[in-house]
Design a binder for this molecule. Sequence first.
Ligand code: ZN
Ligand code: ZN
Ligand code: FE
Length: 759
Amino acid sequence: MQVRKAIEVTGIVQGVGFRPYVYRLATERGLVGTIANTAAGVTLEIQGPAEAVEDFLARLPAEAPPLARITGVMVRDLAANGDSSFVILPSRAGAEHRALISPDVAVCADCLRELFDPADRRHLYPFINCTNCGPRFTIVRDIPYDRPRTSMSVFPMCPVCQAEYDDPANRRFHAQPNACWECGPRVELWDAGGAPLAVRDAIAEASARLQEGAVVAVKGLGGFHLACDATNPRAVERLREAKRRVEKPFAVMAPDIASIEAFCAVDEPSRELLLSVQRPIVLLPKRKPNEIAEAVAPFNRYLGVFLPYTPIHFLLFAAGNFRALVMTSGNLREEPIAIDNREAAERLRGMADFFLVHNREILLRCDDSVLRVAAGRARQVRRSRGFVPVPVFLKEELPPILAVGGELKDTICMTKGREAFLSQHIGDLENLETYRFFEETVERAKRILEIRPAIIAHDLHPAYFSTQWALKQSGLKTVGVQHHHAHIAACMAENRLDGRVIGIALDGTGYGADGAIWGGEVLLADYRDFERTAHFEYVTLPGGEAAIREPWRMAFSYLVHHFGRDLFGLHIPFVEQLQRDRAEVVLRMIERGVNAPLTSSCGRLFDAVAALAGIRHAVNYEAQAAIELEMAIGDAREDAAYPFAVEDGTGVLRIGTRPMFAALIEDLRAGTPSSLISLRFHNGLVEVFARLARRLRARTDHDRVCLSGGTFQNVHLLEHLEARLAADGFRVFTHSEVPVGDGGLSLGQALVAAHRVGF
Ligand code: ZN
Ligand code: ZN
Ligand code: FE
């Protein structure tokens, strides 16, 4: 007997070879029917003997193509009809877009084989791709994901490509970016002024120029990179000067894992990350000595490395003989990455000696993702290309919310049902270009995800551009969410927790409910509310932003706080080296409370310790002092810990720092090496937060602890505090899918806003 079923499949099922997969699955079983892309996913009807249909339904999700991600399958019965074959129907546009777009994917092994096969018609073609690989998110204009709604719409396929595209048995069946030498995009090499050069092979030419030490802007998947030979110190220095980027590490692309192993230690989970289809930048410990120029990542024991992921990258390495190329975002300092050819020629003028461009337009800006392995798990540092727009799947359905994040390393988040869509990395909003990118991202996300948010969640900081933007939107309900509450809610959301948890939120800056700058907080929190149960005692942040750029001010502020003017009698190198006139200015600032807000920031405490230990007095990029303080530990191992005091304040516990500084000063006088000073400081933090967690558990019976906030990018602190809490019997939750820092903030804001408003 013939049965017929209608099946709706939702999730990432478009542009990942899902229809040819279903076609094969059906025809192999002699089934007939139809399949079509819809705005919601794919819809199919399947008809045949009951047993064969059952078998089809069982295999459908189980054997789906590697890039597919199925979130729902709905089946209903239909009456059998006279169909005699299985047909792929044209896409239908629908009222509501629920289909998920696949992220961009590295070129696959099959395409690579063809790329370097002289007999293949795509031999050395820089835009080779198939349904299993290639650009997706960054070439999308609208959904459903079909060629006319991508930046490939301007390249009509040649008859051969069209035949592949139309053949359900072909690997390029409905591969939207399908192209070849005949019909597809082309590369060009431009000179420093943006004028096209008459060269036979633009990529080989670019490769030769790189070898000579040139800086070449290379158009990639989500934007331009600035590239140079990573083993050439002069080239790297020139790039640094041009980009006006001092000391902040550059990422390095190497041709294969073996090359990476020559300059970094690669453990198994990191190797998997490097080779994953997302091809993120992975932070790995450097080997010493190595061939990479010191200026690539000075004062850092880690190096951000990644493997080629576009055909252009592979061709560049094949044409040259590089151990590694610096591949840093094509931008000035912290501006957004350039995506358009003319925009790049304009904005990167003076930075690049050549431009390797092409005429396939990038529609969505998307930086490289950055991950690292800590405590045995992959951790997102910057979640962008390869991961966006895969949603975070939530425990419950939420109303449509737009959360706008914070200020630095911003992302936005939109919720729809049980899915939370975190945007790509946007950057630091204080920058005008980045602010425009923020607005563009909001508009794009609304359109592609078809979300009309009714609620906007924002930070409490009145001066944040994201807050001001949120409050300007008319007709929408706005919900202000405290920064550290949002961090903890983000950690809860990605771990699918509910109820109340103990939240340890440590970072550099977050606007507090009392107007002070928080950052060393122990909360008792659920999605709706939080109670601040403990925090570092307040000190002044002399000069506000200036204190963030100059860690010596924080060291000085702490010394003034604990020792007053007696600090000048402390016989430690830091005090002896103080520039007396500058110190006096800062001292007056503190004493008069002018431009000296109060803070409980953990990041600033790291700064103070780093400055006292002589590691860094002024920074060139965010968190540099804290990173170098962590690096200073090196191979040092011991259990000694600096003591912190836990003092009863008015209902809230204060973490007193005086005993810690007293012990640190003793060590400085004794000439203790900075490795041990750093280790004892880290150990002290582990001790005091474990102690506070035990105290809270005794009071409330809660035994789940969430760790969140940018300070937990510190691997030593994360690993040791997590292990310590687990040993004390706590259930510990950390971030993996979503960044622990402010890049994850918007997710938490969305959850808090939903629960405040009620749904
Ligand atoms: Zn492929
Ligand atoms: Zn073609
Ligand atoms: Fe934060």
